[in-house]
Design a protein around this ligand. Sequence first.
Ligand code: ADP
Length: 401
Amino acid sequence: MNILVINCGSSSLKYQLINSESEEVLAKGLCERIGIDGSCITHQPKGGEKVKTEIAMPTHTQAVAAVIEKLTDEKVGVVKSLAEIDAVGHRIVHGGEKFASSVVIDAEVMKAIEDCNDLAPLHNPANLIGINSCKEIMPDVPMVAVFDTAFHQTMPEKAFMYAIPYKYYEKFGVRKYGFHGTSHRYVSEKMADLMGRKKEELKLITCHIGNGSSITAVKGGKVIDTTMGLTPLGGFMMGTRSGSLDPSVITFIAEKEHLTPEEMSKILNKESGLLGISGVSSDDRDVCAAEADGNMRAHLAHEMLYYQIAKYIGSYYVALGGCDGIVFTAGIGENQPMLREKVCDYLECLGVKLDKEFNKQATCGVTGTLSTPDSAIRVELIATDEEMVIARDTRAIVEAL
Ligand code: ADP
C-alpha cells in the first residue's frame, strides 16, 4: 500500500510517498512559498538527486496538484498514476481532548479539528486546508489524521492542569496538551525494541531537541508528563521560543513596553530562546560557531539550554519513579554531541555514564547506544521518523475499513 504523507503549513507543504509494506520512502519533497510569489517545489525520488522547480502555486490545491505531477512524472516520478496512491496520512498539530489516537477523516473529524483552531491558530487551519486540497485532487482516496497531541492524552489530570481558576479549563480547554507526540511515540517504541523489552515494563525519558523541543516521560508505553503545554511555547528554551517563564515576566514587560498580547506572543515565540539570548541565530549550528569564536552570549545560551534539559530529565526521573532509558532525537539531539555530553554530565548523579568517544562520533546519521555498559540508565541516540508513524497508522486504519 502506497501512502502519501502530508504535513501542510500555511505557506509550505512537506510530503513523502511511502511503501507501507517495505517501509521504503519512494519519494519526498517540499512545496514552498505557496500563495506567495516565487513558489517552488523540491522533489527527490528514492536514490535520486533533488530537483527544484519553480511553479506557480497560488493555492494549496495547486501545490497538491504539483506534488502528484512530480510523483507521476516520467523522469522523476515513482508511480505511474494517481491510482497507485492508496491512502493519504495528514499530520495534524492539535487534536485537543477529542483525539487520543489517529482516525479516518470524515466530516465529523474535520469539524472537530476546526474546533481546535483556537488552540493552534497557526497550524490547524493550514492542516485543514491541506486535507481539503487533497480531497479536491483525490476525492476517492481514504485519508487519515495523525495528531501531534494524541500520544500525550494519557497524562493524568495532576500533570495536565494549570493552577489557575478551574473555569478556564471548563470554558476554553486551558490545560497542558503536549506536542511532538508522534516523535515521542516513535522513539519510545523503538527504544523498547532496542532494549529487547516490552514497552509496558519500561520507564523512559525521550528528548526531542530541534527547532522546537520537548521532553516526555513515558511509563509503560504511556505518557505521564511532557514539557510543552497549551501550545508549543511551553517547556524549556528552543530556537526562538522562550519555554515556560514566571508568568509575571509577561505582564511586566507588556506593561513597561505597552505591548498587546499579540506583540508579546511574537516576542516569546519568535524572538526568544537561543536567538534571544545569543543574539546570533535560532539555528544551533550558528550558535555553536559563535561560541567557538568566543561569543559569551552564545555560550550562555548553551549553558542555559543544557541546564534546563537536565532539570527536566531530573524531574521526570522522580515523576516516573526511576528511569530505564533516555533517548535523544531530532535536529539538535541527533547532531550536537556537545549538548548530549553536557546534559549527561549533570546526570552522573543518577548513575548515567556516557561513552564520550562514541558520543562524539554519533552525528550526521550515526545512531546507537551513547552510554557505557555499566551506566545505570541506558542513553540512546535514535533518529526520529514521524512520517513513518503517520504511514503505519494510516495503513492500519485504512486496512481495517
Ligand atoms: P524542526 O523542529 O524544525 O523539525 P529540526 O529537528 O530539524 O527542527 O532541528 C533543527 C535544529 O537542528 C537547528 O537548530 C539546527 O541547527 C540543528 N541541526 C540540524 N542538523 C544539524 C547538524 N548536522 N549539526 C548540528 N546541528 C544541526
